[in-house]
Design a protein around this ligand. Structure first.
Ligand code: PGA
Length: 259
């Protein structure tokens, strides 16, 4: 019932030239395989802002959706260097990654600010991918659950969900992002099951059952199948391994054996 979603977060990688090369490779692989790249999963990529037009020009909406990696919560004003949800919608993009660990830890974004951004996305019909995740210290001191519960509660505090299609959650343990240390499938399932319970208490069990919860943190083609087998893991948010179209598609195809 929850269609697997494999999303790539390119971070500050791939200029326009590299974006066009990625798209060509993506199409070539699909052609060689003789089947559409997204037969049984949904695919999504968040390029850097300046590469979004090139990505849109090279890909079809039906095969892959396009997103942004950030937005500013206000609709306009004196915010040098920032972009509003309305500007992103004009491109157009379908979704926006919010609360990513790098925004929280490198750029100091608070839960309060993230909740404003989630609200701005929803007001503009942009699908928020709300990221939550604990640091290594928080996990080691037994605070994984309260940490991600607080991030989820705060992130959703300014919106109400009309349906399960209004939100994607990404569980991304900070210690697993870009480190090569993936969470075990048991650790991922434990966190995802917990997030779904919290979500049910925030909205309704029906909506919580339908919202997709992605795992992110050093996902590669060789560990994707293992994680994909877990009942509450509904897809991946992939950083490094999404930069290569071949490895991104291999991760997407890890789902085939788990339908
Ligand atoms: P990674 O990044 O796959 O390179 O660990 C994941 C992310 O930051 O979303």
């Amino acid at each position: 019932m929850r269609k697997p979603l494999i999303a790539g977060n390119w971070k500050m990688n791939h200029n326009q030239l590299a974006t066009r090369a990625w798209c060509r490779r993506f199409r070539d692989i699909a052609r060689e395989d003789g089947r559409p790249p997204a037969a049984d999963v949904e695919l999504a990529i968040a390029p850097p802002f300046t590469s979004i037009p090139a990505f849109l020009a090279e890909t079809g909406e039906e095969e892959i959706s396009t997103g942004a990696q950030n937005l500013h919560q206000e609709s306009s004003g004196a915010f040098t260097g920032e972009l509003s949800a309305g500007m992103l919608v004009e491109l157009p993009v379908d979704f926006v990654i919010l609360g990513h660990s790098e925004r929280r830890h490198v750029f100091g974004e608070s839960d309060e600010r993230i909740s404003l951004k989630v609200a701005a996305a929803r007001e503009n019909q942009l699908l928020p991918y709300l990221c939550v995740g604990e640091t290594e210290d928080e996990r080691d001191s037994g605070r994984m659950e309260p940490t991600i519960e607080k991030q989820l509660q705060a992130g959703l505090s300014r919106i109400s969900l009309g349906s399960a299609d209004d939100l994607v959650i990404a569980y991304e343990p900070v210690w697993a992002i870009g480190t090569g240390r993936t969470a075990t499938r048991e650790q991922a399932q434990e966190a995802h099951g917990f997030l779904r319970e919290i979500l049910a208490s925030i909205c309704s069990s029906e909506i919580a059952r339908g919202v997709r919860i992605l795992y992110g943190g050093s996902v590669k083609a060789n560990n994707a199948g293992d994680l994909a087998a877990m009942p509450d893991v509904d897809g991946f948010l992939v950083g490094g391994a999404s930069l290569d179209a071949g490895s991104f598609l291999s991760i997407a195809r890890a789902w085939s054996g788990n339908d």
